[in-house]
Ligand binder design. Structure first.
Ligand SMILES: [Fe+2]
Length: 264
């Protein structure tokens, strides 16, 4: 109100603590006294000069937790992304699940395989590879996925990735309503970093792949809406998303507990 001498003190909106980090703006909607920037998940790949990439935003018509479920179980790639990153190896390879207070991690190695089309193109040469997917959920709703391929037998599982390419797929989701969410995604790679063409092509490729996911999670939401009494069964592969959901549930309960006491 630049032409106004005095401003009605009632004309104001609530403000929220924010922190800008790793090209995202992190909003704290809770008690401002408890806002702690140390709680912002580490997504440094998104603005680290050692990495290059780009991202976008999807307004998904689903419960935000369905996105987490989708990311924690990448065996869906075999069926939904068969023309790019999916193949039988993803569904058949063994996997490990670990968890902490605020995290859940699913690790999968596919040793000595022919890479699927997307990874063949990123790798840029013929030959068999070791492929990895290390999926890390961090509270409240961020999933960073360390993926890549390296020449088989060159020590990638032991930590030497010098004969391969690595990408981190960054996913961070903000609920909008019970049945909609803002799905922010980005990817960062450690190879051909100064080639804008590669950045653009990967962004277009991931945009197409994530549209396939969007169709599935929105169909899941519709199916859940139409069958509210349906009982869900968890399979072994759901261990990662179960731990992630447990972390989220604990945080929601902790946040609501003092409010409940105050209301009583
Ligand atoms: Fe997917």
């Amino acid at each position: 109100m630049p032409s106004q001498e005095t401003i009605n003190p009632a004309a104001r909106v609530r403000s929220f603590p924010v922190v800008e980090r790793h090209r995202f703006i992190w909003v704290w909607p809770g008690d401002p006294a408890l806002a702690d920037p140390a709680l912002v998940p580490d997504l440094h790949w998104n603005d680290d000069p050692a990495w290059a990439g780009d991202g976008s935003l999807i307004h998904a018509k689903c419960d935000y937790r369905l996105i987490v479920d989708n990311l924690m179980d990448l065996t869906h790639e075999t069926f939904i992304h068969a023309d790019s990153i999916g193949d039988d190896h993803v569904a058949e390879a063994p996997f490990d699940v670990t968890h902490g207070e605020r995290t859940a991690t699913v690790t999968r190695w596919m040793i000595d395989i022919e890479p699927p089309p997307f990874w063949r193109a990123q790798y840029g040469k013929p030959g068999r590879v070791d492929r990895w997917q290390i999926i890390r959920f961090e509270a409240p709703c961020t999933v960073a996925i360390d993926v890549g391929v390296a020449a088989t037998g060159t020590g990638a599982p032991e930590g030497d990735r010098s004969q391969g390419v690595t990408m981190v797929v960054i996913n961070t989701i903000t609920p909008a309503t019970d049945k909609t969410c803002h799905y922010f995604w980005a990817n960062a790679r450690d190879y051909r970093r100064h080639e804008q063409l590669v950045t653009t092509q990967i962004k277009q490729g991931v945009t197409r792949i994530f549209a396939q996911d969007e169709a599935i999670v929105e169909a899941q939401q519709r199916a859940m809406d139409e069958n509210p009494d349906h009982v869900f069964y968890n399979l072994n592969i759901d261990a990662g998303s179960m731990w992630a959901r447990r972390v989220i549930e604990r945080m929601v309960a902790a946040e609501q507990a003092p409010q409940r006491v105050a209301a009583e």
